[in-house]
Write a protein that binds this ligand. Structure first.
Ligand code: HH2
Length: 292
């Protein structure tokens, strides 16, 4: 087995509806579109349907491989959004983007009904920050679809997750959780080629926990599925640099580059133009890339 194979294992394929991504030598840049009023870094900027579509098309022009459309903020302490409000935010945007572009669309939601309607409108990935635990109907919606599924680690809910999160060994516990959720999803009829895993940077983690997860990310890329990482503009970067959210692009670049070097193959980011360039260089410089 060559070293790159060893590093990402059979994690190199990710099936999302009609798309099959080969990720051994490729990084996917997932561009974030928050159709919300209260997201931590861009709340309110893309709240209107036209603004959201325009921003999404801008991200496509900037090099995004996937668009992740969300209608409910998951920032610490965020209030849940009622079902109909979330549907009204994301479904029209997804429908228009599916018509206007060929780019794979992901829906960032914990609600089964939002996922169902988003898939019907053209989404091909369900990004569920609860790892299918939030809504009892989500597993079945996911199993019945052909969509790619992102299983993310979080303690509690966005409202409670930052209330003194504790671990003995955060990396081992996150890895165990992701492995358990992967097996559970498979048992529910979701084949593993459709699943990507995500440590949930900032979701029920202290500053030090987030650093540990980044430092030991290779332990998570060894789980045998593509690893998605979302450090973009998050608070640990702000704390390291003592900078506000709009000045965290270089810090995000460093986190993204090191995640890729550790084997992560999907990066969820706001600054798509910059991170596409970072990803290209980081991948070329990553261990194992010259083995063939
Ligand atoms: N982070 C956020 C939201 N969704 N999904 C995954 N899979 N991984 C992440 O790290 C992740 C996520 C938070 O970022 P953002 O969407 O910009 O903020 P908000 O939740 O406030 O809308």
């Amino acid at each position: 087995m060559k070293s790159a194979d060893h590093q990402v294992g059979d994690a190199s394929l990710w099936h999302c509806g009609p798309h099959c991504f080969r990720l051994r030598r490729r990084v996917l840049v997932m561009g974030i579109v928050n159709v919300t009023t209260d997201s931590f870094s861009d709340g309110g900027l893309y709240f209107q349907e036209d603004q959201a579509v325009e921003q999404a098309l801008q991200l496509v022009g900037d090099g995004a491989d996937i668009l992740d459309i969300g209608g409910e903020s998951t920032r610490p302490g965020a209030d849940p959004v009622p079902l109909q409000v979330e549907l009204d935010r994301v479904v029209p945007v997804i429908r228009r983007l599916a018509r206007e572009t060929d780019i794979p669309i992901s829906v960032d939601t914990c609600k089964a009904e939002v996922a169902r309607e988003a898939l019907a409108a053209g989404a091909v990935i369900i990004n569920d920050v609860t790892a299918l635990r939030g809504d009892p109907a989500m597993e079945e919606i996911a199993a019945r679809s052909e969509a790619g599924i992102v299983l993310m680690h979080m303690i509690g809910t966005p409202r409670t997750m930052q209330h003194n999160p504790q671990y003995v060994d955060v990396v081992r516990e996150v890895a165990q959780f992701l492995q358990e959720r992967l097996l559970r999803a498979e048992a529910a009829g979701i084949s593993r080629v459709r699943i990507a895993l995500d440590p949930g940077i900032g979701f029920g983690k202290t500053f030090e926990h987030n650093l540990q997860l980044h430092r030991r990310m290779h332990e998570l890329t060894a789980l045998g599925r593509p690893l998605l990482v979302g450090p973009s503009r998050k608070a640990f970067i702000g704390k390291l640099l003592d900078l506000p959210v709009e000045q965290r692009v270089e810090g995000t670049a460093a986190a993204v580059a090191l995640a890729i070097a550790a084997g992560a193959r999907i990066i969820r980011v706001h600054d798509v133009r910059q991170m596409t360039r970072v990803a290209k260089v980081a991948l070329a410089l990553s261990p194992g890339m010259a083995d063939e």
